[in-house]
Design a protein around this ligand. Structure first.
Ligand code: LLP
Length: 419
């Protein structure tokens, strides 16, 4: 492994710390449970790891806003120089509010609306062409605005990312990207249109990828496409290889590639005149946060033992949706009888769990429990199911913390019915 992963969450005397703050002390001061807690130092270290990895390369780091759209975190990333990767008009508006340079921003998506395309073209955002109809919509919008659009073609390189099928996105039967066999048709259409500038190619293989060989294989395939497109008379500037680098959710001691491992695996392939775009989401924000809960109670049914927490699938759905593992631990000393526990929430649904079959000591009521690595696709995928309110978010910076998103209240929620 190249480049050590900085860890701002750590244990001291049986208590979990985030940077210099004891998470239990924060839990006692925060007036709501559950909540998300972030480390600013971790975010900065993760961004620096990408910057270091890309040293000497012409490149754009496009943070995939879908992973976490907290405005304070977005502002931090834009201040660090990050570009942004968008999948909706609202994400475009958020990136404007956060101060991202929209010229270093890419709009993805297999179902972009005309309104979203207008916004993107007006702001000079790079746009990925996803299908025949998407190209027609981009052409129609550029014409209506009489403004040129800089486009990339999203190609499915057909390299298996070896991940859960729900997060595999670059295979032949994916709902994303063009049919490769139609490439020349796309090139002909683009050539005929004075308002379209073809500036590059894009792919995104999938998410939670743990082998850099997969990125290298895809880069080789994509460079083949670039050569084929340039042979048709185009001159391309960008190779966008998407995001997808995995993080160490399981904590089994397995070697997880770092950003440097990823970039070093493809560096020798990259021609000097190309700008590399990468689109990390999870590997920038995943390990910046824990989801902090309180234990409501402990129960046993049949041969199953349950820890019931106040957090649930409404605030953190990844385990229920993908049957995925996120590490769970207590934030304070707990010394009850060790059992094999399912950690479940109060939502009226058997799919509501945060972790299954975890060897944990039996906690007292009110004990603090965290779901780790909760910075990516956790708060962003929360819902109001069972009328659970969107949880608040707090940010630690050294020895202090601030609220970076207040809790949603029932009054906020009721307001949408004032019609
Ligand atoms: N670029 C594109 C075109 C994408 O579709 C995605 C993620 C990314 C970049 C960022 O990928 P990352 O570096 O974060 O892996 N909700 C799922 C993950 C869905 C990812 C969707 N696309 C989860 O919780 O695991």
């Amino acid at each position: 492994m190249h480049g050590k992963i900085f860890m701002s969450f750590h244990y001291k005397d049986g208590y979990l710390y985030c940077e210099k703050m004891r998470v239990k002390d924060i839990q006692e001061q925060v007036p709501y449970s559950p909540f998300y807690l972030y480390s600013l130092a971790q975010l900065e270290a993760n961004y620096a790891a990408y910057q270091e990895a890309l040293d000497g390369l012409d490149s754009i780091i496009g943070y995939a806003i879908k992973a976490n759209n907290n405005l304070t975190l977005l502002k931090r990333l834009s201040a660090l120089g990050s570009g942004a990767v968008l999948v909706s008009g609202n994400e475009l508006q958020m990136s404007l509010a956060a101060g991202f340079d929209l010229k270093r921003t890419i709009l993805n998506g297999n179902g972009k609306t005309l309104a979203e395309l207008s916004l993107a073209i007006e702001h000079g955002v790079l746009i990925n062409i996803d299908s025949e109809f998407d190209l027609a919509h981009i052409q129609q919008t550029a014409k209506a605005l009489d403004t040129p659009a800089n486009v990339l073609i999203r190609i499915n390189p057909g390299v298996d990312p070896e991940v859960h099928p729900y997060v595999s996105t670059g295979m032949k039967n994916s709902k994303f990207g063009i049919r490769n066999e139609r490439l020349n048709w796309f090139l002909d259409e683009i050539r005929k249109d004075d308002l379209l500038n073809l500036v590059g190619v894009h792919c995104h293989l999938g998410s939670t990828i743990k082998k850099v060989r997969i990125f290298r294989d895809a880069t080789e395939v994509m460079l083949g496409f670039i050569r084929a497109i340039e042979a048709e008379g185009f001159s391309l500037r960008y190779l966008n290889i998407g995001g997808g680098l995995g993080i160490d959710y399981e904590r089994t001691g397995e070697d997880i590639p770092t950003p440097s491992d990823l970039i070093d695996s493809i560096r020798d392939l990259l021609p000097e005149d190309l700008t590399l775009i990468i689109e990390p989401g999870r590997s920038l924000v995943g390990n910046t946060s824990v989801f902090v809960n309180r234990v409501i109670g402990v129960k046993t049914n049949g041969n199953k033992h349950f820890i019931v927490t106040d957090g649930s699938m409404s605030e953190l759905i990844r385990p229920s949706l993908y049957d995925t593992y996120q590490h769970i631990e207590f934030i304070e000393p707990v010394d009850g009888k060790p059992e094999m526990y399912d950690v479940v929430g109060p939502v009226c649904e058997s799919a509501d769990f945060l972790g299954k079959g975890r060897p944990l000591p039996t906690p007292h009521e009110g004990a603090g429990l965290v779901v780790c690595d909760a910075g990516a696709y956790c708060h962003a995928m929360s819902s109001n199911y069972n009328l659970k309110m969107t949880p608040p978010e707090y940010l630690v910076d050294g020895d202090s913390f601030t609220c970076i998103r207040r809790v949603e209240t029932l009054d906020d929620y009721l307001r949408v019915f004032e019609i």
